[in-house]
Design a protein. Structure first.
Lengths: 210, 210
């Protein structure tokens, strides 16, 4: 396989999300062109074709892509068709929003376990999942063979939580705490600082760039 | 000014966030090298130097960057030093998390008005701000001269809310609803679908790429 950039995978996931929405809407169109698909996600038709070309030939000239087929293929390519056990640490507002986020649920990406250290939250249910104590975290992660961890705790706690997740067997961490984590090289780490999104808006507004 | 990519601005905001944290920590180091700065945010020293070179010459060979000075310069470059009036629509878990997000508050990016259509939420206070009815949204936005809108409402409501924001004078929209918005070309739009972050983790895990 050619080296696929993170940006390509990120775009594929947005194509996938959009196609899933089209399918759920039950529209009459069975096909979509690379132009239409790109327009919906802010990419050019050429970009869509290039992104897909790494993985095969999915379209049909003059007809476009079969929406249902392409959506399934994208799920397979990204790895969404496999069942991933996901743990979330931090049952605050952000954690609760993530558990309930429609984009994940629609694609079968469910959070399987939620942990917090706040006694007022432990035992509560968010999105149908009972919040457990972080004291039980390592045991539950081992038992459930959880490989993906999401960190939605305050910045000061994030490094310690990340180390505990890794010690328990987590291989990939999605970090929402505004702090850079130091983890072993074989751990897949992606940080979501949110600030960059707001920064690019403010920069454009400040420089009157649309 | 050279054409600055969105990715550059996004990285500048992460450098800025990291430098702000160093300053708040009150450490003894007054300088930082491009290598150290890059390491903290997952960029190479060369990338850091390139990103900064668009805007001037901030470092000193062998000494590095003055942390306080560079942080201030980055705030100016991005536009964080100006006061931006920001409105948030949707006072659910995600909206509440955004109002309280430490990364924004540390940089003086405060949300000034919050709206929701849920009678159970209107009148409540989140992060010190009273939630108002969306019925009052257009009037408040005009009065406060709000130019930035954040959408954290369900997908089905997002387009209508976006149009109302634009009609009231908002020029830049940060959209968290999992739907692509159709807005006039002169409106700055950035969508935060969150799915891409999880997708790139899952893809790496599925293909055993670190």
């Amino acid at each position: 396989m050619a080296i696929i950039s993170k940006a390509t995978i990120e775009r594929l996931s947005i194509y996938c999300m959009y196609l899933k929405r089209l399918l759920n809407r039950n529209g009459s169109n069975r096909h979509i062109s690379s132009y239409e698909l790109g327009r919906e996600v802010g990419a050019s038709a050429a970009q869509v074709r290039k992104d897909l070309s790494y993985f095969g030939n999915f379209g049909c000239k003059g007809v476009g892509y079969d929406i249902e087929n392409l959506e399934k293929k994208l799920e397979e390519i990204i790895g969404f068709t496999k069942k991933w056990e996901i743990a979330l640490v931090g049952a605050g507002n952000l954690g609760t929003a993530l558990v309930n986020y429609k984009n994940f649920r629609d694609l079968g990406l469910n959070i399987d376990a939620v942990f917090d250290c706040d006694l007022a939250k432990i035992g509560n249910t968010i999105g149908g999942i009972m919040v457990r104590s972080v004291k039980d975290m390592e045991q539950v992660i081992r038992e459930k063979n959880i490989k993906v961890g999401i960190i939605a705790v305050p910045a000061d706690d994030a490094q310690e939580i990340a180390e505990k997740l890794v010690a328990a067997g987590v291989r990939a961490i999605w970090n929402f705490a505004p702090v850079s984590l130091k983890l072993p090289d074989d751990i897949i780490l992606s940080s979501e600082y949110l600030l960059p999104g707001l920064a690019s808006l403010v920069f454009c507004l400040n420089n009157k760039i649309n």
